[in-house]
Design a protein around this ligand. Sequence first.
Ligand code: FAD
Length: 307
Amino acid sequence: MLGPVILAASRSDKMRRFISAAPGTKQVVDRFIAGETVEQVVPIVKDAAGKGLEVTLDVVGEDITTVEQSYAARDAYLQLIERLKDLDLGTRAEMSVKLSMFGQALEGGHELALANVRPVVEAAAAIGTTVTLDAEDHTTLDSMFAIHEELRKDFPQTGCVIQAYLFRTEDDARRLSAAGSRVRIVKGAYKEPASVAYQDKGEIDKAYVRILKILMDGEGYPMIGSHDPRLIAITQELARRAGRKLDEYEFQMLYGIRSDEHVRLAAEGHRMRVYTAYGTDWYGYFMRRLAEKPANLLFFARSILTK
Ligand code: FAD
């Protein structure tokens, strides 16, 4: 019940101002956000690499309102790539981007987002790594997939995300399961209407498994974005049945969530990539993490009330 309310609040400027200013917020935000600057996130990336983990780095931000902000987003990623060059981690440190942060929702936004993301993908390729396009709300996806297809003409390793809760996703998975593709499958984190998405958790899990099968039986590289122990066990079984070796798919989880499991799966020989978000514009990302688990909201409320 609480999830949709929190997701609605994630789009409210009034709530953004209230929550950002509340004492006690930072303590909870720090659990999910790895720092505010590139310099703060670099030790976290090194620490992850030391534990045998890989990362996908996300400079937080979305729903921008000016073209200048879209250029700033592009530049923040270029600065990150410049810093990653020194670490020489190759694909062990890749990046995730939200096209709304690159201007997708502004006038002429499709072209603007493509023009902003291309130099980021180019710079990533120049240091031997790659970029994955995150999936945002369903109204943005045709544009995201078109940009993904365009980028893949020059940078075939560019990845994208599909969301199990959407009715369209089984078809998208079939289209994207060809050789050379990199696809992250997640349950989906936005508030979507019943006309386009399953609302029931059980239905979403069943759809997730159907899509997993399509990806595992396909010729691409599936990236399993989930903390759900049942889905992790099912992934292992489907990979075995499809005859995939451990390096022919990977698990992905979010920084700050089930961290012991990151290390356990890596120790078992799996590729485990931690989605590591950092930056100052954390509000939307943070609210989606609260919506996913009501206990987070209780913890958050307690930390505000005790300050
Ligand atoms: P759930 O059933 O929600 O959770 C399973 C268990 O994991 C829970 O019981 C709990 O123990 C733990 N858990 C899950 N979430 C939390 C939390 N917030 N706090 C504490 N514990 C938690 N969504 C998109 O729409 N677009 C994207 O591009 C996208 N990228 C993602 C990238 C990665 C690497 C991951 C892991 C998720 C991404 N998501 C994205 C979010 C995703 O859609 C889900 O909202 C999120 O992963 C929760 O679903 P779950 O599969 O972990 O299963």
